[in-house]
Design a protein around this ligand. Structure first.
Ligand code: GDG
Length: 747
C-alpha cells in the first residue's frame, strides 16, 4: 500500500482562469519524482482565483481533483489581501529576508492569516488518516503544523521553509514572532535550505519560547519532538537535460547566437523582487559601463528577465518604477548609435527560450541581496553542458554553499561586482569548464526529486505524537492507590523547586503558594503517610516555610535533616571536607564578572554559578567553558561538578539526596515509597535500590517532573501536573482501583 502524502502549498500547481492550466514550478517537478507505487500524492492549496459562487466552486473542485489530484481551498479576495499580500508578503517575507524597513503590519491581517491557515488545516483533517505524511510548505502557512498536530497528533507533519530564516535580532521585530515559531514547532520535521537558517531558527526558539535544542532536535514536551534538518532544494535537472536535446532548443539557441554574434551576453533572470538585488546590480553595471569606450559598449549586452511579481504590494510597484527609470537612464547615458546596453524584459519567457538564454549567455549574473536558495543559479549551471559560461553568484544566496566554484560576490559592493564581471569575461574556456564541471555534476545529481525523496523519507522515519516516550503515569497512580488502600506505611520524598512549585526567575520569589500549602496539608492528613521535602535550599528557607508542619525536611541536597516528628536539625556532613571551596569561589566570581546577569550562590555543601538571567546562548557557552575549567582544576578533589538547569554546581561528593534518603530509609523501612524531582540532583534518589528498603519493586515509584531524560520510572510534564497527580490520588474522594480490571472503590 502506498503511503499517502498530503502536500500543502499556498498556491496549487494549477491556475484557474477561463480554463485550468497546469504550472510547472520546482515543487511540481520535485514531487513528480516520488514513485506512485510508494507514495499516493494529494495536493492542497489555493487555486489562484477568487471564486465566490458555490456551484462554480464545486465544479472547479471536481475537475481539479479528478484531473490534477489537487484539492482547492477557496479564498475570498479579502482573505487573499489579508493573508497573502498583507501578512505573508508585507510582514513576514521582508523580515525573513532581513529587510525590516520593507515591513508593514496591520493587526487585521493576523486574523486572516490565522483563518486561512486554519482553513487549510481543516481541509487536511477532512481527508487525513493517522500515520499519513503531511508536508506543509513555506512562510504563508507557518501556523498550520501546530494546528494539525493539536487535532491529529498521529500525523507525521513536515514543514519546509523555502526562504532564509533570519537572525533572532531581525525575526524578533515581528509582532507575532512567538506564534509563528510555535506554529512551526507543531511539525515532526522542519527543513531549511542551509545550516545557517536552521541555527537561527533554534536561536529564536530558545529566546522566544525558552526551549533548548540539540543540534537537530527540539523536544517540545514528553510526547512531541521536532526534528530539524538541512535539505538544499535542487532543480528539475532531467527536464533541463531533455530540453537541451530538443530541436526547438537548438533552433532558439542558434537564433540567439546569431543575433548576439558580436557581443558578450550577461544574463539575469528573477522575479521582480527587492530581495533579488536588481537596483544594486544596476549600480554595478553602471560602474562597469563607465570604464568602457563606445566600441567596447557595443560589444556587451545585459539581458534582464524580470518576471512580474506581487504587483498588488506597494513596494513591488515602486521597485518596478525605479528599475525602469534606472534602466532608462543607464541606456540613455551609455547607448551608442548601434546599441543600448540593457535589454529589460518585464515579463516571463517560455521555458525553451529560458534554456537557450542560459546556454548562450557568457555570464549568468545572479546577485540577490539575500535568497533562500536561488534556483536560477543552479539552472544556469545545468545548461552549461556544451557551452562554457561563468556564474557570478551572490554570497548571500543559499545556493552559494553548494556552488562554491562560482565567482562569489558581495552584491552591496558595486565596484567589486563590476571588477568581477571584468574578470569573468576574461576567463578562458578551460578555466570556465574546470569551474563548471564539478558544479554541474552536483546540480544534476542532487536534483529536486532527490530533495523531495530525502525529505519525505526522513519524515516517514520520524515518530509521530502517539508514541509514549515514557511509561504512562497512570501506572504510578495505580501503584500509589493500591498502597493507600492496603494501608502500607508510605514514605514520600518530594523535591520542592521545579517539582512541587514552578521555578521562578528569581529563586527568592518561589515561595510556596496557598495551593502548595494546601496540598502539603492534604498529604499530611493521612496517618500512614510520612512526607519529607528534600531540597537544595537552606535549612533556614525550609524551616521558614514548613517549620510549623509535622513533616520531614532535608536541606542542602542532603547535608542537614529534620526528621518527621522532631523539631531538631541534624548535620549529616560533619566529616565532610570543604577545603576546595576557596579556589572554586574565586573562579566562579570571575565568571560572574564576565557574564552579565549571572550570579554566584554559596551553600554549605556547594557553590553554584547561576546563568538563568544571562543571554541564553552566551550563558550556555560560558557554562560549558566553566565546566571544562573546573573539571581540570578539581580532578583530585572529593567533589561532583555538574551542569544542571541554568546552573553549574560544585558539590561535596559525600553529600547527596540519595545518600540522605538511604539513611532515613535504613532507620525506618516504609511499605511503599515515592520520590519525585525535576533535576539532576534528584537522580541520586531515583537510583536507590528499592528492593532493599521496600517489599517489592512495585512498591517504589520514582517520578521525574519535566521532559528531560531520567532514571525515574515515570514522567509528569510540570509541577502543576504533578500537584494534580497528588491531589487526585490523595483527596478523600479519590477512587481507588487495585487493579485495572476490578471495580473502583471509594475511600
Ligand atoms: C523561492 C525562494 C528558493 C524565472 N523567470 C522565468 C522562469 N523563472 C523560474 C526560474 C526558477 C524560478 O522561476 C525562480 O526560483 P528562485 O529559486 O530563483 O526564486 P523564488 O521564486 O524567489 O523562490 C528561493 C525557491 O523558493 C525554492 O525553494 O530557491 O530562494 O525565494 O525556477 O527558472 N521560468 C520561465 N520563464 C521565466 O521567465 N519559464
Amino acid at each position: 500500500m502506498p503511503t499517502t502524502v498530503i502536500n500543502i502549498s499556498n498556491r496549487l500547481p494549477v491556475t484557474v482562469a477561463e480554463k485550468i492550466t497546469k504550472s510547472s514550478g520546482g515543487l511540481v517537478a520535485a514531487l513528480e519524482g516520488l514513485s506512485p507505487d510508494e507514495y499516493d500524492l494529494k495536493w492542497i492549496g489555493w487555486p489562484g482565483a477568487a471564486i465566490a459562487d458555490a456551484v462554480r466552486q464545486q465544479e472547479v473542485a471536481g475537475i481539479l481533483e479528478e484531473e490534477h489530484g489537487c484539492i482547492p481551498v477557496f479564498l475570498s479576495e479579502e482573505e487573499v489581501a489579508g493573508h497573502y499580500e498583507g501578512f505573508s508578503n508585507s510582514s513576514v517575507w521582508p523580515l525573513l529576508h532581513y529587510m525590516p524597513n520593507y515591513m508593514h503590519y496591520d493587526s487585521a491581517w493576523w486574523d486572516h492569516y490565522e483563518t486561512v491557515n486554519q482553513r487549510f488545516a481543516d481541509k487536511v483533517l477532512e481527508m487525513a488518516h493517522p500515520g499519513d505524511l503531511v508536508w506543509v510548505h513555506d512562510y504563508q502557512l507557518m501556523l498550520m503544523p501546530a494546528m494539525l498536530h493539536e487535532r491529529m497528533p498521529e500525523l507525521k507533519i513536515g514543514f519546509f521553509l523555502h526562504t532564509p530564516f533570519p537572525s533572532f535580532e531581525t525575526f524578533r521585530c515581528h509582532p507575532k514572532r512567538r506564534e509563528l515559531v510555535a506554529g512551526m514547532l507543531g511539525a515532526n520535521l522542519i527543513g531549511f535550505h542551509t545550516f545557517g537558517y536552521m541555527r537561527h531558527f533554534r536561536s529564536s526558539v530558545l529566546r522566544l519560547l525558552g526551549l533548548e535544542s540539540e543540534i537537530t532536535r527540539i523536544r517540545i514536551d514528553e510526547s512531541h519532538v521536532s526534528a530539524l534538518g538541512v535539505f538544499p532544494i535542487g532543480i528539475n535537472s532531467r527536464k533541463f537535460d531533455e530540453t537541451l536535446d530538443t530541436p526547438e532548443f537548438a533552433q532558439r539557441r542558434d537564433e540567439f547566437l546569431h543575433a548576439n554574434a558580436s557581443k558578450r551576453v550577461v544574463l539575469s533572470v528573477e522575479r521582480m523582487d527587492y530581495t533579488k538585488g536588481i537596483l544594486h546590480r544596476l549600480d554595478a553595471i553602471e560602474e562597469f559601463l563607465s570604464e568602457l569606450d563606445a566600441s567596447e559598449r557595443d560589444a556587451i549586452k545585459f539581458i534582464f528577465v524580470s518576471v512580474p511579481s506581487r504587483e498588488e504590494v506597494e513596494e513591488y510597484q515602486e521597485l518596478r518604477a525605479e528599475t525602469e527609470a534606472r534602466v532608462g537612464r543607464i541606456n540613455g547615458q551609455y547607448a551608442t548609435l548601434n546599441s543600448s546596453p540593457i535589454r529589460f524584459i518585464h515579463g516571463s519567457v517560455d521555458f525553451t527560450d529560458l534554456c537557450a538564454l542560459y546556454a548562450t549567455a557568457d555570464v549568468g549574473m545572479v546577485t540577490p541581496l539575500i535568497d533562500g536558495m536561488n534556483l536560477v543559479a543552479k539552472e544556469y549551471i545545468a545548461c552549461q553542458r556544451e557551452h562554457d559560461g561563468v556564474l557570478i553568484l551572490s554570497e548571500f544566496a543559499g545556493a552559494a554553499e553548494e556552488l562554491s566554484n562560482a565567482m562569489l560576490v558581495n552584491p552591496y559592493d558595486a565596484r567589486a561586482v563590476a571588477q568581477t564581471l571584468v574578470e569573468a569575461l576574461a576567463l578562458s574556456d578551460e578555466e570556465k569548464r574546470a569551474c563548471n564541471q564539478p558544479m554541474r555534476d552536483r546540480v544534476m545529481k542532487y536534483d529536486a526529486q532527490h530533495w523531495a525523496r530525502t525529505f519525505i523519507g526522513q519524515l516517514g522515519s520520524t515518530s509521530s505524537g502517539t508514541m509514549a516516550l515514557f511509561e504512562p503515569a497512570e501506572r504510578a497512580a495505580e501503584q500509589l492507590r493500591d498502597a493507600l488502600l492496603h494501608h502500607k506505611r508510605i514514605a514520600l520524598f518530594l523535591d520542592y523547586d521545579g517539582t512541587l512549585r514552578e521555578i521562578e526567575r528569581d529563586a527568592r520569589a518561589a515561595k510556596p503558594t496557598a495551593e502548595v500549602m494546601a496540598l502539603i496539608d492534604l498529604l499530611q492528613e493521612r496517618e500512614n503517610v510520612e512526607l519529607t521535602i528534600i531540597s537544595g535550599r537552606t535549612a533556614e528557607d525550609l524551616e521558614g516555610w514548613f517549620g510549623e508542619r509535622d513533616i520531614g525536611l532535608v536541606a542542602e541536597h542532603g547535608a542537614a535533616v529534620r526528621r518527621v516528628g522532631t523539631r531538631d536539625w541534624e548535620q549529616l556532613d560533619r566529616n565532610v571536607s570543604y577545603g576546595w571551596k576557596d579556589e572554586v569561589r574565586g573562579v566562579l566570581r570571575l565568571y560572574e564578572q564576565s557574564t552579565p546577569g549571572s550570579s554566584v550562590e554559596e551553600k554549605r555543601t556547594s557553590l553554584v554559578w547561576h546563568h538563568r538571567k544571562t543571554d541564553p546562548e552566551f550563558g550556555t557557552w560560558k557554562a560549558n567553558e566553566l565546566m571544562h575549567e573546573l573539571g581540570t582544576m578539581l580532578a583530585n578533589e572529593p567533589v561532583k561538578i555538574r551542569h544542571g538547569r541554568k546552573i553549574v554546581e560544585v558539590t561535596a561528593e559525600q553529600v547527596s539526596k540519595g545518600i540522605a534518603v538511604r539513611r532515613l530509609l535504613s532507620e525506618k523501612h516504609p511499605g511503599f515509597m515515592l520520590c519525585a524531582g525535576d533535576d539532576q540532583t534528584d537522580e541520586s534518589m531515583f537510583e536507590i535500590e528499592a528492593a532493599s528498603f521496600v517489599a517489592a519493586a512495585a512498591d517504589f515509584v520514582s517520578i521525574k517532573v519535566g521532559n528531560q531524560p531520567s532514571r525515574a520510572c515515570f514522567h509528569l510534564r510540570d509541577p502543576a501536573t504533578f500537584r494534580k497527580f497528588l491531589t487526585d490520588n490523595f483527596a478523600p474522594t479519590a477512587k481507588l482501583v487495585t487493579d485495572g480490571s476490578k471495580a473502583a472503590a471509594t475511600l
